[in-house]
Design a protein around this ligand. Sequence first.
Ligand SMILES: *Cc1c(COP(=O)(O)O)cnc(C)c1O
Length: 373
Amino acid sequence: MDIIPFNRPYTSPRAASAMMDAAERGHLSGDGHYTKLANTLLRALTGANRVLLTTSCTHALEMSAMLLDVGPGDEVIMPSFTFVSTANAFALRGARPVFVDIRPDTFNLDERLIEDAITERTKAIVVVHYAGVACEMDEIMDIAGRHGIPVIEDNAHGFGGRYRGRNLGTIGSLATLSFHETKNIQCGEGGALLVNDEAKFEPAEILREKGTNRSRFFRGQVDKYTWVSLGSSYLPSDLLAAYLVTQLEEFEEIQRRRRTIWDRYRTELADWAPERGFSFQYCPDDREHPAHLFALMAPDLEARQAMIKHLGEHAIKAVFHYVPLHSSPVGSSFGERHLPVTDDVSERLVRLPLFPTLADHEVDRVIAAVRSF
Ligand SMILES: *Cc1c(COP(=O)(O)O)cnc(C)c1O
């Protein structure tokens, strides 16, 4: 029996010719022809006005921390149920991540607990739209607004997701996307910063261009470019941008296939799950998720481990995540936090294979194997 992997990164049949074309154009560094095309496509797909392609979502988060002037002594509110980059980006600037528990239904930051975590030192609130299911953004933006605290959307999962008619990534001051090979649209390693706070756009451009006003120079707004602030290099090569463009152009097809698989899992496990004490992440009717991941919730840790082993015996690779950050060696050094929902969800979650080249007969096999547990 062939092994069904957890993920098989999709490559467009047009990727090789696009990358060759990028090479032949003779501009292999950042911000070439394909980076501009990727920007145009990303603006159209996200509805964001200002998009900067970056080397990763991690780097876009680091840029966010710098743009908000996060530094030693500051606190940043975020979930513990997330990838390490959400916290690292701010901890690297010397700030303390303040982990807040998640909701038991959507697995997103529990908006009812945010206000209690706010102090004079709170510099930002970072939300993660888990599996691309939007957080309670109206409530969160309202709390943040009352306290004058900016919100950053770590939208690594939620490219294409919507909340009450708005695209994810266009609600907070800043938002980040990931094009890591495990994400819906990918180029191996890559990301983007969406700048919704217009005042942050020029500083973001400068920061990304080694602290120079090179972008203004190329637009003819200044007659020479020079070192104007601290910065680094967060530009992906145009070769990677070319690869990315071929995926962005196939966004609808990729999403349609992911959606079909996701819907099949949800529908064809619906009768089986309650009988065995399993359940699913909840997505309220006022939001759409982009079928980024399928979370099957076991009744307890033992059943979760047994399910992963059972699927392995059927040559199916299923995985779990996240190890809560507040209980990790580094995360716990920022102070003890009691986050019972985070602990519970992270112990019970199983992720089923979900990628666009997963064939119908493979989906059949996954569903049959889960049901035979
Ligand atoms: C994948 C992911 C990241 C990091 O993305 P990279 O592009 O690999 O840096 C950050 N946050 C979340 C929630 C992620 O899932």
